[in-house]
Structure formats: C-alpha cells, structure tokens
Design a protein around this ligand. Sequence first.
Ligand code: PMP
Length: 439
Amino acid sequence: MSTNLPNNLDAFWMPFTANRSFKKNPRIISAAKDMHYTSHDGRQIIDGTSGLWCCNAGHAREPIVSAIQNAALTLDYAPPFQFGHPDAFKLATRIVELAPGDLNQVFFTNSGSEAVDTALKIALAYWRAKGEGQRTRFIGRERGYHGVGFGGISVGGIVSNRKTFGPMLNGVDHLPHTYNRSEQAFTKGEPEWGAHLADNLEQIIALHDASTIAAVIIEPMAGSTGVLPPPKGYLERLRSICDKHNILLIFDEVITGFGRLGSAFAANRYNVQPDMITFAKAVNSGTVPMGGVITRAKLYDALMTGPEHMVELFHGYTYSAHPLACAAALATLSLYKSEGLFEKAKGLENTWASAIMTLQNIPQVQDIRVVGLAAGIDLLPKDKPGISGFEAMEHSFNKADILIRITGDTIALSPPLIMDENHIGEIVDKVSQTIRAIY
Ligand code: PMP
C-alpha cells in the first residue's frame, strides 16, 4: 500500500473546508482515472460527484490529456486583450452551437464565480448602452449559489456565505426558493407543485418598478443547496414575467451545463430561452480552470457601438480563453459528442432515478430529489445541523470508498456521465452503507 501524505499540512488554507478537523484526519486524493480516484493510501474511490460537479467525461481521458499537452508545447499562453488565438474562436463557436436560440457570443472567464460577476456586469453595461442606466437592481433567489465574488454572494441566497463579509451589492432582492418537503417529498424529476412561486417576481417588481430592475439570476436547477429541480412550469413563468417587464433573465448553468441534465444546457431541456447562460466546470471536464458567459445577440449588438478603435466592454481576465483551457474544452466537447454522453445521460436517467429511490427505505432518509444524473438525499439531522452530513462525508471517503458531496445534512450525487449500470449499483450500495453506518 503506497502512502502519499504531505509532510506539512499547515501552510495550505483550504477552501470551504473545516481546516482544523481536516488536518487531524486528512483526506488526500493522489490520482484519478475514468470513474475512480486513488486515495493517498492506495484505495480506489468511486467518484460519485464528478469531482465537484465538473468531470463529466470521467478522469484523465486520453484525448483531453493529449490536447492539453499539445497546447502547452505549441502555445502556452497568449494575451487575450487585443490579441486572439485560433482555439478561442473555435471553442466559442462550438459552445454557441450547443446553446439554444440566439445565444451567439461567449465571454470567457476562469471560474463560475467570475462568470456570474461578468454576467451581472454585462447586464448593467447593456442597460446603460440602451439608455436605461437606472436599471441596476438584481433579483436572485433564496438557496441560490452563484459563486463567491461579491456579485455572486449578493445575488446568492446562502446565509453562511454572506454573514461574515459585511456589505453586499446594493439593490438586490431574492425570490423564494422552490423547495417544499410536504408538497414535493421523494420527487423524481420536476415536481408538480411550485410553479406559482415564480409569481413572487411580480410582487418584487410592484415594489420597485420594473424600470429599476436589470436582471433576474437563478440556477435552473439549484445544485449546491441540495439538488432542487425547478417545479413544472416555473421557468416558463419566470421567462414570461421577465418578457412582460423587459427584464433580463440569466441562467446560472455552472452545474447544469454540458450534460448533467441529459442535454447541453438546462435551457435546452426545459425549452426556456434565457438572455445569458453562465457556465464553467464541465466545459472541459474540470481539467483546466475555465468559465464563461453566453449572451444573446441583442446584448452584444447593443454594446458594439461607438468608435471602432475603442474597447466596447472594459472587462476581462489575464487568463480569459487560456490556450490550455480552450484546448481541453475542444477535446472534451468532441468526446461528449463522439461518445454521445449527453444522450447517454438522458437514457440512463430513469435507471439512475429508480436506483437512487431505493434509498428511501432507510428510515433516516428524509427526502430524495433526483433529476438528470443528479440526486439530493436529505439525512435526518443529529443534535446539531451538519453533523450527519459531515459524518457521511468522512465515512464515505474513509470506509465506503466513494466520493460524495455534502451540503448541510444533504448528500449530493452527480457522477461522471460515462458511468454504467454497474457503477450506479455500486454508488447506491456505498451510499446506503454510509448512511446506515453513521446512525
Ligand atoms: N454558480 C453555480 C451554480 C455553481 O454551482 C458554482 C460552483 N459550484 C459557481 C457558480 C461558482 O463556480 P466556481 O467555484 O468555479 O467559482
């Protein structure tokens, strides 16, 4: 058995991690291939969460690895301001082909958080360009996660991500979240109950007047707060209220983009056209940091005015459209296509849902939501919130050899789209074993 524990665990301040507890009982991942991670002590850990909702093509896939290696040898870096490189244009074209309707341009970032802040800034710049600069207000949603930039935590709806940081963006309101256990318990796919919650947007508009509102931003399926699929008809209703009042609608598809729900984007699955889509993670199967915003033609067109030699949008990142990230994304999108992984995800959805739903026989499982190749499993809380979840995370990695994601006392699952029925069986067994072990 190989051991690969770092000598010194002190210097690395770990993100979104209980650092003191981790350093007493470290969980170290040292390698990955296809559906599995290898732990520092040589165990094969099945990946129940695509890393962190990103590795949809599985791990260390040869075509992606070669593309990154070739890019590093050919063009390691190119400045993205006032210069371009071929793969950036090729990739933007490929992404636009996957997106619905006239979502025709892509602005590249390096993460989902940057994608969200970019989308909010594009919305503000758009309204100024249209002569409606008083439209500055944003509407997010409770239980929304939009990354950790100041824009993202402001429109996001998670108290622990906001409470320690003082002032947020001004002028942000939140729609109610769409989860209601008594109406939606153990739902497969989109719940029947809840479309009317979109009408709260009308109340917010009545309070402030539509002429002050720039955009509404939501995750079509809220992932990070426990897999909350949209109630049937909810997204359509939001779209029609936004249309009525001329408000932009942004779908944050950092989790749902690139196949998680059996289509390129959730917008395709639900047949609802947003004005912008943010993406990251699975665009290159998590291999090189990358995110971006896809915008409808009217946004780009409104900003392409003024003298031609002038920069139209004063925004961008040193690593926007990084050559290694672009090469990885082009290879990943080719793999999704050649292996038909979005269609495969769609085909597996029922098998996945039925297998996951067997967990409802465990008495401590309080609710399950399952949609696409994702699932949220709510566990009975122990004496303090988060303990059941924390124990499940530790047990699953240390003893059951499966990687899961925990938010509070909810287990979130989102395995690579390359999984087969045997993997589904193994994942469900290991999750079941974990839940039974912690009570
Ligand atoms: N938006 C959504 C919907 C997300 O799920 C996430 C990350 N889980 C983000 C934004 C932030 O992405 P990142 O961590 O890459 O900044």
